[in-house]
Design a protein around this ligand. Structure first.
Ligand code: AP5
Length: 217
């Protein structure tokens, strides 16, 4: 089963993708994570990507499509795939369809996660991530069980993302409404769209997603 988690910044795409990886053995393909890795590579491309991401703007289609293509060539292409944060433009959506078709694959379902802007800004402002294993937490809605210790790997180091500031979040939201939200209609027209209330609690959203996957399988 190959799925897309579609939603604005802070909708919970990464949180739910990690649950699916653990519970279903699927593979998470997050273009945000791939670009953050590229940023630290020290290359010219990495430097350009870092600037664009810090501003909250979208990285160019050719770069992200290239990253996804690389992943599909490798091991990841053999498992059930979760596209997290990709596609974000109509050009990326068309490219994904072509890349999957070349591999004899297709998309099964696109899950749109709906959350209002105020909640998104609160979520992003309170987010922190384990520096070791990448587990995502929130100061209010998903704190660590033991203060300062990652539930998953026991690390005591946490990081906050450079683009998780109010100015950048507003630019990211604009980019979402301008370039990514039209994909909801695009996938609806293809009969692939399912919607979940992303404002519900994390476990409730996860249960809704499981129901959608069961129905689509
Ligand atoms: P990316 O890393 O994809 O970030 P994003 O889309 O802005 O999404 P986030 O990671 O911020 O949010 P999320 O939906 O994963 O939420 P999370 O689960 O963490 O992209 C970053 C940048 O890279 C972009 O701005 C762009 O520059 C570039 N980029 C990436 N892909 C690109 C592409 N395809 N094309 C062009 N450019 C691209 O949850 C957020 C917080 O809320 C957490 O603290 C979590 O604990 C909490 N939370 C989650 N679910 C719930 C819930 N149900 N209830 C309460 N709290 C919750």
């Amino acid at each position: 089963m190959n799925i897309i988690l579609l939603g604005p910044p802070g909708a919970g795409k990464g949180t739910q993708a990690r649950r699916l990886v653990e519970a279903e053995g699927m593979v998470q393909l997050s273009t945000g994570d791939m670009l953050r890795a590229a940023k630290t590579s020290g290359t010219e491309m990495g430097k350009k990507v870092a600037e664009v991401m810090a501003r909250g703007e979208l990285v160019t289609d050719d770069i992200v499509i290239g990253l996804i293509e690389e992943q599909l060539e490798g091991e990841a292409g053999r498992h059930g795939l979760i596209f997290d944060g990709f596609p974000r433009t109509l050009a990326q959506a068309d490219a994904l369809e072509e890349l999957l078709a070349k591999k004899g694959k297709s998309l099964d379902v696109v899950i749109a996660m709906e959350v209002d802007d105020e909640a998104l800004i609160r979520r992003i402002a309170g987010r922190f991530t384990c520096a070791q294993c990448g587990e995502v937490y929130h100061e209010d809605t998903r704190p660590t069980a033991k203060e300062g210790v990652c539930d998953r790997c026991g690390s005591t180091e946490f990081v906050r993302r450079a683009d998780d500031n109010e100015e950048s979040v507003r630019v990211r939201l604009n980019a979402y409404y301008r370039s990514t939200a039209p994909l909801i209609g695009y996938y609806h027209a293809k009969g692939k769209l399912a919607q979940v209330d992303g404002l519900a609690e994390i476990e409730t959203v996860a249960a809704e997603i499981r129901k959608i996957l069961k129905k689509a399988s």
